[in-house]
Design a binder for this molecule. Sequence first.
Ligand code: GAL
Length: 819
Amino acid sequence: MVSLRFLLCFLFVSNVYATIVSHDGRAITIDGHRRVLLSGSIHYPRSTPEMWPDLIKKSKEGGLDAIETYVFWNAHEPTRRQYDFSGKLDLIRFLKTIQDEGLYGVLRIGPYACAEWNYGGFPVWLHNMPGMVFRTTNKAFMDEMQNFTTMIVDMVKKENLFASQGGPIILAQIENEYGNVMGPYGESGKAYIKWCANMAQSLDVGVPWIMCQQNDAPQPMLNTCNGFYCDNFVPNNPNTPKMWTENWTGWFKQWGGKNPHRTTEDVAFSVARFFQRGGTFNNYYMYHGGTNFDRTAGGPYITTSYDYDAPLDEYGNLNQPKYGHLKQLHDVLHSMERTLTYGNISTIDFGNSASATIYKTEEGSSCFFGNGNEKSDATISFQGESYFVPAWSVTILPDCKNEAYNTAKITTQTSMMVKKPNEAEDTPSTLKWSWRPENMDNFLLKGKGESTQTQLFDQKVVTNDQSDYLWYMTTVKFKKRDLFLGKNMSLRVNSTAHVLHAFVNGKHIGNQHAENDKFNYVFEKDVKFKSGRNVIALLSITVGLANYGAFFESKPAGITGPIFITGRNGDETIVKDLSAHKWSYKTGLIGFESQLFRTESMSKWSVESVPFNRTMTWYKTTFKSPLGNDPVVVDLMGLGKGTAWVNGNNIGRYWPAFISSKNGCDANCNYRGAYHAEKCLTNCGEPTQRWYHVPRSFLNAEGDNTLVLFEEIGGNPSLVSFQTTRVGSLCANVYEKSIIELSCDRKPISAIKFASFGNPDGNCGSFVKGTCESSNNTVDILTQECVGKEKCSIDVSTKRFGTPDCSGAVRRLAVEAIC
Ligand code: GAL
């Protein structure tokens, strides 16, 4: 009886309090064990619920212990006190998916997120409340922030998802990088951070709270580091373990920008370096970046793709070698968990940025040999052995004797992704289009909106960000005799509109978009006015609201003026200021209101003379879903700028007409030396984003699917096509005495295009044989081992491939295989 009661009690306790999280200066402790934690950011609304299980499973297979996500306030509370947790916004379902996979969760409630998310995650209605100032001791703000934070915490508690309740969430975050911007908030900023800490603490979540980049984080908040490197980071309290909430695996992309690429070697180097120097928690930002569907991209000018060059690409494919090389690193670090978190630490400095760090417990030792020099390789002598440590790399020896991993020696394949035509269509490149014009008559000819004001307003104030579009309209009367100005008149608009279209008396007189980083510009066009009434209609379009910086909520958007008509007559210039005119406002476009993007929309579409290069035009077509499971993209080459929907699902803004500048790309990207967002760029002189993700769950596998485009500046839809993306070929270039796994990711390997064992040269796609080569037929060996198989594992040894004489140099195997 007693023992049964004991057993029941034990069962009860182990069920409810399965996970107890605490920390000390050394590490996060879970269930009494100090842990080495590897984590990755996946933002749930940047993929679909159907994608979550696969993404999270791949994260686990990639060696992660935890998934980190922000919570996006503006997505969940689009209108004050009206909440949305449906579909992609089903936070609880996402957290349960993490739990089902046996991973931990890190919940960054913020509720300020940044994250290149529209308005940093704040709802625009919040800004429009009287007397509102964000992120400071403003009563209205604090009340709303507390309301949302409490609601999220309660919701998560109700589902028992905090570790203190037996759930997966081991850490929660309040605010986000406030320390980076708090200067301008003065004393109020300091008081605000204290308030945040108290408020969070009062919510009693039973797990530690973190504050990133907050070196005055009040106890018991844990301040953590964000950046490309955090090995030098020292938390503000000796009881806070050294934690890295954002290790940026790449970078985000802006319209007009290029594709960022952070090398695998450098990401691995930063992680190994961090653990060498006492780190215990590393989170990749992003592990899967995903897609900014709908109007969720921040900015201004963040692209629809949020690929981030993360270990899982935008569509959820493995980004190799990044994924695999980091997986190996995670396995090695996990194998050293005990020595890393309990061992005594000693270091040896060899000079020239080379060092050894030894973690020693009674049971054994683990070592890191670091070489932070960007140019020179190092040879480290340690306990009678000598070790070659390439420049800008770290070698890890779990037993301080045998090298298990070096951050610069990649033994994972490089996968080259390709786009395949849609085989479900007979002629995939010829979709049949119908079209309709956007109905703008009321605005262009009558200047008639919903409200009038004798002032030019910031766009956010008028639209509450319910739409990207805002019409500013006014009428100007000229008497015949005023028309002495008639010949040389112009309209001059001081604009902070991200994109501006101007119409006078129904005629499109021009459009302009802000240069990236120059969101304040002057639009000026010559105009012919008539005597009598003239209608000026300006359409301002936002492309993501600012998400970063002190007081970013007040950065202007839209047409804040002044607006002038100027006339020149010889030397004389006459200026008419229209800024305090009667302006009529209208939020949104008619086609959006009548939901032309919905499949069941009854509106009339014409199949006759489908126009090209026509502004403000709707296009529609049907297509068959590509066969198989490979991720689907739509190629929008030929189009200008607008929005796209598949079966009524908004897949985001498109802007393939925005070509990135020709300069600044680096074909010979060198991983050595500190990474920054301008290093190793690709895609120069190409459309910023040409392919747009169409999640499989948006498609009907059988029957027709509908694509609707709203084109703003004019484009040619005849090149549009649906494609799938998958591994096209793979390469490896590895030293002997390693094992390489080759895989086409669920497809058989179809041929070996190149293989050489010796000292081959060149890069993936351009390998050539070197000066020494095995007499065995390497291509044959690999063909036998791999062709027809989904994966094969190759022991790169002389036993397998022969012993070419490479004058003592370490031999390598280079392979290129076709999928
Ligand atoms: C950080 C921020 C993240 C994200 C990142 C850049 O400063 O905390 O939310 O914006 O920069 O991708």
